[in-house]
Design a protein around this ligand. Structure first.
Ligand SMILES: CC(C)(COP(=O)(O)OP(=O)(O)OC[C@H]1O[C@@H](n2cnc3c(N)ncnc32)[C@H](O)[C@@H]1OP(=O)(O)O)[C@@H](O)C(=O)NCCC(=O)NCCS
Length: 175
């Protein structure tokens, strides 16, 4: 039964395409955000990402065109980066949000979205990824640890409703 489920799951994730975010997907992203209980961004916040040079925003679409996940990363200027009016050299990044619709989780889709983000960060020569996650979010923490993220520090009482610490993770990107 497990082998049967594993191959079914593999078939689902193999048939999922990772695409760049576009305005037509904004409502789907909002629905996934709400379903997964993520911090609230408005539709305009997501649409605003289309105008930003420091945004990497991917969605996952099934073969029957259902949007089942997304991830949004922000390019940052790290300690060694340059920033003047002529040059903006990003060398760091942060994952702001990653989510897969509940009934599509544990099928390899989150991994596929993350791999697409990572590939793009590598191509831009980004050296590290940061993210923060609720201390109680065991499945996301597991996912990040499996993807070579390491806990750096905690932010006490960072989240409200409910009040909770944030765990701040970092992954060094090896080129
Ligand atoms: C974190 C999150 C994005 C991961 O997405 P996902 O699609 O479930 O991730 P994957 O399926 O790629 O991997 C998750 C697990 O499924 C397992 N898995 C992957 N492919 C599988 C397959 N074919 N068959 C069985 N299990 C599989 C992975 O090994 C992994 O196991 P683990 O949880 O024991 O480490 C998802 O849990 C989520 O949306 N959570 C809610 C939103 C959230 O909290 N986001 C983070 C905010 S900081």
């Amino acid at each position: 039964m497990k082998a049967e489920n594993d191959s079914k799951h593999r078939a689902i994730s193999e048939n999922v395409k990772i695409l760049d975010f576009d305005a037509q997907y904004a409502d789907d992203v909002l629905n996934i955000q709400t379903e997964c209980g993520l911090s609230i961004w408005s539709k305009n916040d997501y649409l605003g990402e289309l105008e930003r040079a420091d945004s990497i925003f991917k969605i996952a679409r099934t073969a029957d065109e259902k949007i089942v996940g997304f991830a949004l990363a922000r390019l940052l200027i790290g300690a060694g980066g340059q920033n003047d009016s002529a040059i903006i050299a990003f060398d760091s990044s942060e994952i702001l949000n990653i989510a897969v619709s509940n009934s599509f989780q544990h099928k390899g889709i989150g991994q596929k979205i993350f791999d697409a983000i990572l590939g793009e960060l590598r191509s831009k020569n980004i050296k590290e990824i940061w993210l923060e996650v609720r201390q109680s979010n065991a499945s996301a923490i597991n996912f990040y640890r499996n993807n070579s993220f390491e806990l750096q520090f905690e932010r006490k009482n960072y989240y409200s409703d409910p009040l909770e610490n944030a765990c701040v993770f970092q992954r060094i990107i090896n080129h």
